[in-house]
Design a binder for this molecule. Structure first.
Ligand code: GLN
Length: 312
């Protein structure tokens, strides 16, 4: 990392960083005690291009927990392990308009509405192959590491904090199990999910992970094929419709890219065939998206005319 050029990308990233570093709106997530200790001034931004070039500014190498940004990537791993039909039968692809931790399931079947809300993400984690909890989590960590192009690790303090305050997620798990949608031990599956949320990444990692989706499933830095193109298409689709919580519409209007955010302040966005974007800044808006993360992507999209639905 750190291939610093002097092209326009460098200048635009510096402009964006300068424009929003002093913004102080939003507040750091506090529902998980360990997340409440995050420094609200942190702000890092990174972009990875398809030829493996990497641009970054600010706190792009500061680790934070991936949280919900893990959801599209673990969905990718479930598609890889189970195939599209099996995964679709178990987790829907309809946006909800609910909060990320809503206790909303499809009436009757108990099928979660999409893989980007907690219900769908917990079920998705249970679909990754593995004969026990440890093997399943190891496969998830290996998969996330392949997307990032480096060995990722778990922040054990955040994991312990998540697990200690995760009753709402367990409740969602029990409802899904009661309806026959989730199979196996709720406690074990939730532990896999809490661990997955506690994997540490940097904004630079998120740019490479998003870049791997942009590059049709091949990591642009390592050359490793992580995912089939068909599955990349499915992952990007749910990111477009459900990736930014209850702001998916506003986000698509303003930025126009598939994306995912997490409560630790991470945001990743994908411009297929072109680039992956990673942003980190802990203060969140009222729906749980990083304030600077959203602003930074809006400005980047506008400066380079990245909106996918713009006239060509
Ligand atoms: N660990 C978090 C939870 O399930 C992840 C949520 C998020 O980033 N929105 O509560």
């Amino acid at each position: 990392t750190g291939d610093m050029g002097t092209g326009p990308m460098e200048k635009v990233l510096a402009d964006i960083h300068g424009a929003f570093q002093s913004h102080t709106s939003g507040s750091v997530a506090s529902y998980i005690p360990e997340l409440a200790t995050a420094d609200p001034d942190l702000f890092g931004l990174a972009v990875t291009t398809m030829d493996g070039l990497h641009y970054q500014v600010g706190d792009s190498q500061v680790p934070f927990t991936i949280q919900s940004v893990s959801k599209p990537f673990v969905y990718a791993l479930a598609l890889r392990d189970r195939g599209t039909d099996d995964v679709l039968a178990r987790v829907g692809v309809e946006p909800t308009g609910d909060a990320f931790n809503a206790i909303t399931l499809e009436p009757g079947s108990g099928r979660p509405l999409n893989p980007m809300v907690n219900a769908g993400a917990i079920l998705t984690s249970s679909l990754v192959l593995g004969s026990d909890t440890e093997e399943r989590f190891t496969r998830i960590l290996d998969g996330l590491s392949s997307f990032a192009g480096r060995r990722l690790t778990v922040n054990e303090r955040v994991f312990t904090s998540e697990r200690g305050t995760g009753d709402r997620n367990r409740a969602i798990g029990f409802l899904m199990r009661g309806a026959g949608a989730l199979r196996g031990s709720v406690d074990e599956i939730c532990d896999v999910y809490f661990r997955q949320c506690s994997v540490e990444v940097t904004a630079a990692d998120l740019a490479v992970m998003a870049g791997t989706l942009a590059h049709g499933g091949v990591n642009p830095r390592t050359g490793e094929r992580v995912l089939d193109e068909e599955h990349v298409n499915h992952v990007l689709t749910v990111m477009v419709t459900c990736g930014m919580y209850d702001r998916a519409g506003t986000w698509l209007f303003r930025v126009g890219l598939p994306a995912k955010s997490g409560v630790a302040g991470g945001v990743c966005a994908v411009l297929p065939g072109q680039l992956g974007i990673g942003v980190f800044s802990p203060p969140l808006d009222e729906v749980g998206n990083s304030v600077r993360g959203v602003r930074a992507c809006e400005m980047l999209a506008s400066r380079f005319a990245l909106h996918l639905l713009a006239p060509q």
